[in-house]
Design a protein around this ligand. Structure first.
Ligand code: GTP
Ligand code: MG
Length: 233
């Protein structure tokens, strides 16, 4: 936790830091700060739903399984700013944090992940910022997902024109999502270091199984398609 609630024994520098944190939480928690991020999430979700409808119709199967979004809480923004040693201001947060607005799309198959990323990358209204391919190169933890950082426009009322904010879009398969959800909830449990390294090993093994399952599912889908085509002839 960043802020220490006890005022006792705090030095001048500590108190100045506390004040900065309080101001930051108020700024990042304000409606005017959050609204553009909420709006950008809403607009990406809408786009993903359109893509899903169109591709599911064309492919004759469901393309995206689920779409979730969230705007990062002020407390999580503060923790990240402190971890990354950024200046604790709202402006620095919007400039440096890529994931204040976060959207997650879960696909059925491995190749769908890249198909969806390509469609988003080819959408002219989004400005490309960064792509992190943790599918091709998983994290040391075993985490797999495709992260796309895009600058997404939103309409400002009061005739001040269109502005944009960054959105982190995580695209992954169901199997990757299953792993990541469980790992995220349990890895930070209070266990001793020795226990933790054993748990991490187990998670790594599961991540390898996830990879294998995703590849097998892709093969199964292709086999079914071939069989259907053969039957239709
Ligand atoms: P920048 O976005 O580049 O500023 O750094 P970052 O550390 O936020 O980016 P990174 O791409 O590493 O991770 C962003 C998000 O991915 C996190 O908020 C999580 O949702 C997810 N993530 C990253 N690593 C892991 C992991 O090891 N396990 C799980 N479960 N999720 C992870
Ligand atoms: Mg991030």
């Amino acid at each position: 936790m960043v802020l220490n609630d006890s005022k006792e024994g705090r030095s001048g520098t500590d108190r100045q830091f506390d004040d900065e944190c309080v101001l930051f939480l108020a700024a990042v928690g304000s409606e005017s700060f959050r609204a553009p991020y909420e709006e950008a999430c809403r607009s990406i979700r809408e786009k993903l739903e359109q893509i899903n409808e169109e591709l599911s119709r064309r492919m004759g199967r469901r393309f995206i399984k689920s779409i979730e979004s969230r705007v990062k809480s002020p407390r999580s923004c503060l923790n990240k700013m402190v971890d990354k040693k950024y200046e604790i201001t709202g402006q620095t947060a919007s400039e440096r944090l890529n994931d204040i607005a976060g959207v997650r799309a879960v696909c059925f198959f491995l190749d769908d992940v890249y198909k969806l990323a390509d469609i988003l990358l080819g959408t002219p209204e989004y400005e490309f910022i960064k792509l992190k391919d943790y599918v091709k190169k998983p994290k040391a933890s075993g985490y797999q997902s495709l992260h796309l950082i895009l600058r997404v426009p939103f309409d400002r009322t009061a005739g001040r024109g269109t502005e944009s904010v960054k959105v982190e879009i995580q695209i992954r398969t169901q199997a990757m999502d299953f792993w990541s959800d469980i790992e995220h909830h349990f890895i930070y449990k209070e266990v001793t270091d020795d226990d933790l390294s054993e748990v991490e090993e187990e998670f790594l093994k599961c991540a390898k199984s996830v990879r294998k399952i995703d590849k097998q599912m892709l093969k199964i889908r292709k086999k079914i398609l071939r069989a259907k085509r053969a039957q239709a002839q």
